[in-house]
Write a protein that binds this ligand. Structure first.
Ligand SMILES: Nc1ncnc2c1ncn2[C@@H]1O[C@H](COP(=O)(O)OP(=O)(O)O)[C@@H](O)[C@H]1O
Ligand SMILES: [Mg+2]
Length: 258
């Protein structure tokens, strides 16, 4: 089974940016085949990685659900719906040299998707066994994980900005992780965009109050901010010796070896 790392935190704190850098780090370390999963409804991990996405798992799900009701059905005669799902599923997978990317996409439309969800969950499970690492860019609620669409989690990286409210928000996510019995072997907090890379005392105190395990402080970087503003993929453009990369790698190594 793949070692699964989930990244979570409230919106705008830098989850996607750090996820992109983490994926690139694992690729460079030749940590084996890696699956990147964009599980945020507001999906944009591909922009940080600099790859194009044609369709999401959500799109495929809609298509399979619609295929049921269409006459004639686009499912070839003699092909089971399960096989059709498997066949179409592959079109939602973006294959790069070092990693593959799967975008969950939005959950939309009413009606019952239980059956289709079941098919796709089975596909994700089958797929996930083919990788060494899976890195999941989540939204705060970690919906796809808590609903069992994505496999179990080995490590959770909580990301917060340098604010008390940000720390309180990850504190609530840590609670959710416990309530959902995700039982990750490791869970650590990265504080991102710290001015001059140093942590304010008040924030440190709040981290203590929330009982969180601080694994790293990533500095605010004008370069990261500018790449984003210019629409240039951060993971591709950020220099190797960037303090942001260094701080992230240190934190990840600490978590993986804890
Ligand atoms: N260390 C950093 N220094 C400067 N800007 C950052 C840093 N990390 C993230 N950002 C910027 O913050 C914004 C939100 O980042 P993003 O990764 O999209 O957050 P999230 O995925 O949590 O919503 C982007 O404009 C991004 O470039
Ligand atoms: Mg994001």
């Amino acid at each position: 089974m793949a070692y699964t790392i989930a990244v979570a935190g409230k919106g705008g704190v830098g989850k996607t940016t750090l996820c992109g850098l983490l994926i690139q780090y694992l690729c460079e370390k030749e940590k084996g085949p890696i699956l990147a999963v964009d599980a945020d409804a507001n999906s944009n991990l591909n922009e940080v990685l600099g790859v194009e996405v044609e369709s999401t798992l959500g799109d495929i799900r809609e298509e399979i659900a619609r295929a049921e009701m269409m006459d004639p059905s686009p499912i070839p005669a003699g092909m089971s719906k399960q096989d059709y799902a498997a066949f179409r599923f592959n079109s939602a997978l973006v294959e790069e040299d070092d990693y593959d990317l799967l975008v969950m996409g939005r959950t939309q439309g009413s009606g019952c998707y239980c059956y289709v969800n079941g098919l796709l969950t089975a596909q994700v499970a089958r797929l996930s066994s083919q990788y060494e690492y899976i890195v999941v860019d989540n939204e705060a609620g970690m919906e796809h994980i808590s609903r069992g669409i994505l496999p179990h989690v080995d490590a959770v990286i909580l990301v917060s900005d340098c604010s008390r409210r940000g720390i309180q928000a990850v504190g609530r996510i840590a609670e959710l992780v416990k309530e959902c019995k995700l039982n990750p072997g490791a869970m650590g907090l990265i504080v991102n965009r710290a001015p001059e890379g140093s942590l304010n005392e008040g924030i440190r105190e709040e981290i203590g109050n929330q009982g969180l395990n601080l694994i790293g402080v990533v500095p605010h970087s004008e370069a990261v901010y500018e790449f984003d503003c210019e629409g240039r993929p951060t993971a591709v453009n950020l220099p190797q010796d960037s303090p942001v990369r260094k701080a992230l790698i240190e934190a990840v190594e600490k978590l993986l070896h804890s």
